[in-house]
Design a protein around this ligand. Structure first.
Ligand code: ME8
Length: 531
């Protein structure tokens, strides 16, 4: 087990580093939010987590975009990173530990060392290449992978745009030699590629035999110069994949590197599966470096039956949704509505309906009703549960079940939808409990027994909410914080982020006497849909 330097296990999660030819869209935010939820979850397990995101800034696509905008590629990247990418992650409350840019010296120097080393080990050679190239993918395509338009033009299957026939001198990495080793590795690590469909695709692909990989281009210069032959530049893939190593101190800070690398989870979309599950492990094997724990591919957010992309957008920016639904509901919605790994479509109507029924009615109302009743009947001081029976035991068990299920599904299986549903099933159970127990009727019974029952019901409900606040903190941190404060838990139990998932199901943590106040409404009623 890797150690984070002080004996605490480190858990390293990454997103793809995104191309900065344009501003981020819903698809990029989807992967990044998933990574943030995973990060916060593992932090609440008490693990030392390192969450990395960043931007991929080299290559022809970005160079052409900069040219079209009459600025240098560097100026273009600087502007997009500072004005679009970093601000969106801040807005979405992304708790990344670092943000790597492939134009940074800490990265480019190490990339040069890495390829020099591979060259010295005879893993890189110079050759000529002629073949179809997709600038959108920044990748040579195999002729068999292409699709044809109606007039017979060869198109990239992902970008649906014509490929360019390139003929130039390139350096190659001897990827073809790694096929058998990779097959052995996949067999020994069945969980390495997820979901299962992605694993099957890769195993079938590698089984057919691998071609050597072009790693340099010589007809443009927006890349990392090949150290021994600087009219070549290393372009996107070798350059980009190495971000996962250079950002955590590869070749620069050995202690940091040893305590963090390799990633436990690389979160990616299906489009870049081959790079992460074939090329990246082969590059690491070539250097005798450890390979990552898991590569987990999310499905596509779709629009009109097609993958949402920069050229094919819903017309809706993440900010349009957050300004209407709020940041927390945004973080929740995509993970709740779409099974991770499957494709899914976004619809404003579906988001509104789920917001109202699941967030506002089920969750938000429960929180405000409980706080209001503790205020009304007990002056806001959380009463003691002295008269628990079967109904209360069922709720206690429900919380323990929700904790176990959410921890397995979110923490281990990256089944965000399943984990969220487990918590919301518990929310429903608590709502059902209150409906059945009718505390507003019990309140009318002024006998000591009646008052003990009332106290027990309200303690049970408030303590349940304490568990819910902890379990939903990774997905909706601001909302959980509001609930936490309204339960008086900040004062009695300390910071929410310090609450451990492992303790969340221990019944009775919220101290009797905690000051419960009716805080801000967790999910305000939605305004009309903007025109
Ligand atoms: O590929 N649905 O960058 P990129 C879900 N620079 N996820 C989506 C999506 C959609 N419609 N559209 C994009 C690159 N994504 C390279 C990566 S990594 C060493 C280099 C997400 O800007 C998804 O995670 O094209 C996908 O893999 C990534 O954005 C691609 O971002």
């Amino acid at each position: 087990e890797k150690q984070g330097g002080d004996g605490v296990k480190s858990f390293y999660v990454s997103t793809p580093i995104y191309y900065v030819n344009d501003a981020p869209h819903l698809g990029h935010a989807y992967t990044t939010v998933a990574g943030d939820v995973l990060t916060r979850w593992h932090r609440q397990r008490g693990e030392k987590v390192w969450y990395l995101t960043g931007t991929d800034e080299h290559g022809q696509k970005i160079m052409r975009t900069a040219e079209a905008n009459d600025v240098t590629p560097q100026a273009w990247c600087d502007k997009l990173v500072e004005e679009a990418w970093k601000p969106l992650w801040e807005h979405l409350n992304i708790a990344n530990d670092d943000f790597i840019r492939t134009t940074e010296k800490r990265h480019t120097d190490r990339v040069q060392e890495f390829v020099q080393d591979l060259f010295d080990k005879d893993q890189i050679y110079k050759g000529g290449y002629e073949g179809p190239y997709c600038v959108g993918c920044e990748e040579y395509k195999l002729p068999g992978d292409l699709i044809e338009s109606e007039d017979g033009t060869k198109l990239c299957p992902i970008h649906k745009k014509p490929v360019e026939l390139l003929k130039e001198e390139n350096y190659f990495f001897k990827l073809s030699e790694y096929g058998p080793k990779l097959m052995e590795f996949y067999a020994a690590n069945p969980g390495f590629i997820q979901p299962e469909s992605a694993r099957n695709e890769i195993v079938n692909f590698v089984k057919q035999g691998l071609q050597d990989l072009s790693i340099s281009r010589s007809t443009f210069d927006w890349g990392v110069p090949v150290p021994w032959d600087p009219k070549h530049v290393i372009y996107v893939w070798i350059d980009a994949l190495l971000n996962y190593a250079t950002a955590v101190g590869y070749g620069a800070n050995q202690e940091k590197f040893d305590g963090t690398f390799p990633a436990d989870v690389h979160l990616i979309g299906k489009d870049i599966l081959r790079f992460h599950s074939v090329i990246w492990p082969a590059m690491l094997m070539a250097q005798g470096l450890p390979v990552p724990g898991k590569v987990v591919a999310n499905g596509w957010l779709m629009v009109g039956g097609e993958k949402m992309s920069k050229s094919n957008l819903t017309g809706i920016k993440p900010q349009d949704l957050t300004s209407h639904f709020g940041v927390d509901a945004y973080r929740w919605y995509f993970l709740r509505a779409i099974a991770y790994g499957s494709d899914g479509s976004f619809s404003w109507e579906d988001f509104s309906a789920r917001y109202t029924s699941e967030l506002a009615n089920d969750y938000g109302n429960l929180a405000s009703r409980v706080a209001a009743m503790v205020g009304k009947y007990f002056g806001g001081a959380l009463p003691e549960a002295t008269a628990s029976g079967d109904a209360e035991r069922a709720v206690q068990e429900g919380l323990a079940r929700a904790v176990a299920a959410a921890d397995l599904k979110i923490g281990e299986e990256l089944d965000f939808q399943g984990g969220i549903l487990a918590v919301f099933d518990f929310v429903k159970q608590v709502n059902g409990y209150i409906t059945e127990q009718e505390p507003w009727k019990v309140a009318k019974d002024e006998s000591p027994e009646g008052q003990a029952r009332l106290a027990t019901i309200l303690y049970t409900a408030a303590e349940s909410l304490r568990g819910v606040a902890v379990l939903l903190n990774a997905v909706m941190p601001d909302t959980s914080q509001k609930l936490w404060e309204s339960l008086g838990a900040e004062a009695s139990l300390g910071a929410l982020a310090d609450q451990r998932v492992g303790d969340a199901g221990d019944w009775g943590r919220l101290p009797v006497g905690s000051t419960v106040t009716k805080g801000a409404v967790l999910f305000p009623r939605l305004e009309e849909k903007p025109a």
